[in-house]
Design a binder for this molecule. Structure first.
Ligand SMILES: [Zn+2]
Ligand SMILES: [Zn+2]
Length: 441
């Protein structure tokens, strides 16, 4: 490959990571997104080299620290009170012999976000450092930029914040609940983290770290990378010959023609998730003790309790997040796996929509797991009133994690590979149409 020859003009050819079509992309105007005309995937947006992202990351880290120091919620009944800190949401689960659940909760709301924000600050410090003449990026920068998008879906501070609201409604009828400073600090942290994540654009980070992506001579827009004997780096977008090195010459990521054993891994994870659905729904997710009387509650009976109390919106949220989404996700991914093996193309837009919804919605199923973590840590008044986690919670967290892994294992380009072989001209797009990209505000 001769992509770095000095007489090669800096090409802005990028492969779409979701349908493999090579596109000619120029820097969009402020407020605009460039989307793939074939599958609608957002490829590039206007980026400003501002300091907002590092400032937001510092704010989020300070708010996270405050939410760990100050108490989160106080709970009072008949003059007896108990308050919980954010860490209690994990440590109480561990105390009830659910260490795996405790690790999942602690990792997704504290460890992953803290690592993500620290990594982002390191990357921005490295970008500042490279402004000096002949200065190399700080050590580990490339590995961190590769890791940032992978960590993103596993940070669930926003899901935990919504779960806290659901928990408040659940226990408000039992006793008096007081929101403490840690609650407001964590809500602010979840918001700052959400905005920081929205602003993350790995392709722009690579452009600043390694210059614009250079395509091999002969590469052209309007055909898939695979059809041109090329492979697109999934991390930085650089096109490289299929027969070339196994690692990206620009960012060092491992190159894959398609995700290895994508369909087999997706099927295996879906089968495991389906098996976990049985204990998740058959065993109680929490056990309430009130005045010595013990009452176990499964996910579905928890939804029915909300309906009995007239809390229809919360019942709908929990039903959607805990029942509809996991089952819908398993069925949608199974259908996509079957569709990827079909020679005749189906409705491509519908399939891509289904894939993106499946990929986006999965983490919201963690709401019920977080509700259990919060109420178990908060309602600890012994025989008067206490709530313990049930074995269903661990199985349900496993369903959520396995379906998320299944969605990430599925390579959407496999659906499009079949369409390329489709002889029906009605499903083929004119190559020349694809050289010009629509822009969306
Ligand atoms: Zn595309
Ligand atoms: Zn790369």
């Amino acid at each position: 490959m001769d992509a770095t020859a000095p007489d090669t003009p800096p090409a802005t050819l990028l492969p779409c990571p979701q349908c493999d079509l090579v596109l000619s992309v120029s820097d969009p105007a402020p407020g605009e997104w460039v989307r793939c005309p074939r599958c609608g995937h957002p490829l590039a947006r206007h980026t400003v080299h501002d300091q907002t992202s590092p400032a937001l990351a510092v704010t989020a880290l300070i708010l996270l620290t405050l939410s760990l120091i100050f108490p989160y919620i106080r709970f009072e009944k008949n003059g007896v009170g108990e308050q919980m800190g954010l860490l209690d949401a994990a440590t109480e689960l561990a105390a009830f012999h659910h260490p795996a659940l405790a690790v999942v909760v602690f990792a997704t709301i504290v460890v992953m976000p803290a690592c993500f924000l620290a990594a982002l600050l390191w990357v921005h410090a490295s970008l500042r450092h490279t402004r000096k003449p002949d200065a190399a990026p700080l050590p580990g920068t490339a590995a961190l930029v590769r890791a940032l998008p992978r960590w993103q879906p596993w940070m669930m501070a926003d899901v935990f914040a919504i779960a806290a609201l659901v928990s408040l409604i659940k226990i408000a009828g039992m006793a008096e609940v007081v929101l403490k400073p840690g609650f407001w600090a964590f809500t602010g942290f979840a918001l700052a983290l959400l905005i920081t994540v929205q602003r993350l654009h790995p392709l722009a980070l690579w452009a600043r770290l390694a210059g614009p992506p250079l395509a091999p001579p002969g590469a052209r827009a309007g055909r898939t990378a695979l059809a041109q004997g090329l492979v697109g780096c999934e991390q930085c977008g650089q096109l490289q010959p299929l027969a070339g090195p196994r690692h990206c010459q620009r960012c060092g990521a491992r190159l894959h023609r398609r995700q290895p054993a994508s369909l087999q891994r997706t099927w295996a994870l879906l089968v495991a998730a389906t098996l976990c659905c049985f204990p998740a729904h058959l065993y109680p997710i929490m056990v309430t003790t009130s005045l010595g009387h013990t009452q176990p509650a499964t996910i579905v009976s928890g939804v029915l309790q909300f309906i009995q109390h007239g809390d229809w919106p919360i019942a709908l949220i929990i039903f959607a997040a805990s029942v509809l989404v996991p089952f819908g996700k398993i069925m949608a991914l199974a259908w996509l796996c079957l569709a990827a093996r079909r020679d005749r193309a189906l409705d491509m837009a519908a399939q891509m929509r289904l894939y993106r919804i499946t990929e986006w919605v999965g983490r919201w199923s963690m709401i019920d797991v977080f509700v259990v973590a919060i109420v178990v840590a908060l309602v600890r008044l012994g025989n008067l009133l206490s709530i313990a986690p049930g074995p269903g919670g661990v199985a349900f967290a496993a369903v959520v994690v396995l379906t998320m892994l299944a969605a990430f294992s599925f390579d959407p380009r496999l659906i499009w590979d079949r369409q390329n072989a489709d002889p029906d001209p009605a499903t083929q797009r004119d190559d020349d149409d694809l050289d010009t990209l629509p822009r969306h505000s």
